[in-house]
Design a protein around this ligand. Structure first.
Ligand SMILES: [Zn+2]
Length: 305
């Protein structure tokens, strides 16, 4: 599953196989699958916790101690709800950690309710998301307010995913961009040109400062100007060989002196597109043979006499 997920991330960004997986996931704006599953499970649990028990069978089987606005619960005598248990139903306090492996005396919804614990944090009871206005005379908080709380809990769950992503899969030292769920503005440039930027940001591209693993003594000097290593910053903002195109297209961005806003500012998307296409930055060597010196072929073996 992990390798399939990485393939999706690579397809989205057009990154090379050598790109580290922690950087690949940041470039694709797709969190690692383990973290993402850890986010989706509490989200499903939150949906059940905030659904009215009279309309959702799973909510009607939440543990009796679960802090719901509606205390209605289905009877244990309801046989279809108890299907799959060994012999007798043993209620589990929702704040108690679920044993591993799970006992067949607990309902799966007991384990699901426990996933809401990190989201609770002093909130009691959980909001109730109603599709219709509650009947007159019932003492229920206005639905709009509860939906607001529900959305805040979902947002909190998303923030927890982002923190988990950053903590468990730290990027390498040269990569400065934090994890994000929103696609980058340059992702709309198309597969080829957008892929050039993804590769340069990831530090695995055709630039001279991004050498391949099998080259022990790489020459990182920019082949176009020879004034310094051909890094992402150099090629976009400081290389004298590209100054004409830069002054024409990226003058405002180059004055800031850093490449951070260059890729995140939507207004620079079109200029970035034209700059990379015109200067052929990070294009494959066989598309820009003038900028590369290939090793001369070995001499042919002597002819037998
Ligand atoms: Zn240069």
């Amino acid at each position: 599953m992990n390798s399939s997920w990485r393939r999706v991330q690579r397809w989205t960004t057009n990154n090379l196989f050598s790109t580290p997986s922690s950087i690949l996931s940041r470039e694709a704006c797709l969190p690692p699958i383990i973290s993402y599953c850890g986010y989706r499970r509490p989200l499903a649990a939150l949906g059940i916790a905030c659904a009215p028990p009279t309309g959702n069978p799973a909510s009607a089987r939440l543990p009796p101690s679960f802090p719901s606005l509606f205390t209605f619960r289905a009877q244990d005598s309801s046989r279809p709800l108890m299907r799959g248990l060994s012999s007798v139903y043993l209620p589990l306090n929702w704040q108690t950690e679920v044993p591993s492996p799970p006992l067949r005396k607990h309902l799966p919804v007991d384990a699901l309710a426990h996933l809401n614990l990190p989201l609770q944090e002093g909130l009691t009871p959980f909001p109730l998301v109603l599709d219709a206005t509650p009947p007159l005379g019932t003492e229920i908080t206005p639905p709009k307010m509860m939906k607001k709380t529900y959305r805040a809990l979902r947002s909190h769950s998303r923030n927890m995913l982002q923190q988990d992503w950053a903590a468990k899969w730290p990027a390498l030292h040269y990569y400065e961009h934090p994890p994000s769920f929103s696609p980058h503005p340059f992702s709309r440039l198309g597969k080829f040109l957008g892929g050039r930027i993804h590769r340069m940001r990831a530090g695995k591209s055709y630039l001279a400062a991004h050498p391949v693993w099998f080259d022990d003594y790489p020459d990182t000097t920019c082949p176009r100007c020879g004034t310094g290593p051909e890094s992402f910053q150099h090629t976009m903002l400081t290389s004298p060989a590209r100054s004409g195109a830069r002054n024409l297209l990226l003058k405002e961005a180059s004055s800031r002196g850093h490449d951070t806003t260059l890729c995140t500012d939507p207004s620079l998307r079109r200029a970035l597109d034209e700059y990379i296409a015109y200067t052929k930055t990070s294009f494959p060597p066989d598309m820009t043979p003038n900028f590369f010196t290939y090793p001369s072929p070995p001499p042919p073996p002597p002819r037998p006499r």
